[in-house]
Design a protein around this ligand. Structure first.
Ligand SMILES: [Zn+2]
Length: 306
């Protein structure tokens, strides 16, 4: 190889090396940033929540052992009072004497749950959340709801009718999956549950005829209580905030003393958040007190439709 070519080649390779080094440095920086971003995402997604069907049917206890006592300070009296307990049958089916509305939010947590919590705080109101595992990024909101004084109930993990009502075992698998998550979040499995679609749903008949008749007995025998609702803002379907407020007034015009009131804080319920302050003010104007569910709440049961 002629000398000049050799020199030229050396110069070239030196420039190339420099470029390569620069690229490595730049690439290294970019790589680090990406890795950090990617590391955080899976953490938030809590991969174990995808193992629904593998969740043990009868031992949500395993997760309890792992659940770190985050604030070991004062025990919350709700922990013992609201934990599922087959030996307790002290449910109340009598209407209350004080006008009370029990706001209940189904299908969360989601991106809207934080807004709902802030509105409730603004009015000094405690409510109840029947939670799912539909939005894995927001599962830590279950703990946040509880810490802010709200009651946690369970609504199944997947909320997928075909999956939940595929069989009696499928229902329990799904309930136990959300039970494990709730236990991680609040330290125990609560006794309050709500069936997807309510106990009167008939869609379950498409999958397992008679399943609601059996489940409604089985869950109570296992120490749970299921809560349907006395009235709703109608947000199961898509409505504007104005329509939700109107529906609230229409559906509560009978003036019952105690109202378990159905709402949703699912991912597509922006208008519910928008309507919530007006719904709260309506109940205030009507003289209702607000309370979260507890074991003394009058239990609403719809008729079983399957
Ligand atoms: Zn639901």
């Amino acid at each position: 190889m002629p000398k000049s070519t050799n020199l030229h080649a050396r110069a070239f390779s030196s420039v190339a090396a420099c470029l390569l080094a620069c690229l490595l440095v730049l690439g290294g920086c970019a790589g680090t940033a990406t890795d950090e971003g990617e590391q955080e995402a899976p953490k938030a997604e809590a991969p174990e929540t995808f193992e629904v069907s593998d969740a043990p049917i009868e031992e949500p206890g395993e997760m309890a052992a792992e659940a770190p006592a985050e604030d070991p300070a004062t025990p919350d009296p709700r922990d013992a009072e609201f934990a599922v307990d087959p030996t307790r049958t002290d449910w109340n089916f009598e209407p209350g004497e004080v006008r009370t509305v029990y706001l209940t939010f189904d299908d969360g947590p989601s991106a809207h749950t934080q807004e709902v919590l802030d509105i409730l705080d603004r009015y000094g109101i405690k409510a109840t959340f029947f939670v799912t595992g539909i939005n894995p990024d927001y599962l830590d909101m279950i703990g946040e709801c509880y810490r802010r004084g709200h009651t946690i109930g369970m609504h199944t993990y997947s909320h997928d009718y075909a999956q939940v009502y595929a069989s009696i075992d499928a229902y329990w698998n799904d309930l136990n999956a959300i039970a494990g998550i709730v236990r991680e979040q609040i330290g125990y499995v609560p006794c309050f549950i709500r069936f997807p679609g309510g106990s009167s749903n008939t869609v379950s008949a498409n999958y397992t005829p008679g399943i609601m008749s059996q489940l409604s007995r089985d869950v109570v025998a296992a120490g749970y209580q299921y809560y349907d609702w006395d009235a709703s803002c109608g947000d199961g379907a898509e409505h504007t905030a104005d329509e939700l407020v109107d529906a609230t007034m229409a559906d509560t015009s009978y003036g019952y003393t105690s109202i378990v009131f159905l709402m949703h804080d699912g991912a597509d319920k922006a208008t519910t958040v928008e309507a919530l302050p007006r719904i709260i003010e309506y109940f205030q104007d009507e003289g209702y007190a607000f309370a979260p569910l507890d074991r003394s709440t009058p239990v609403p049961h719809h008729g079983i439709g399957n």
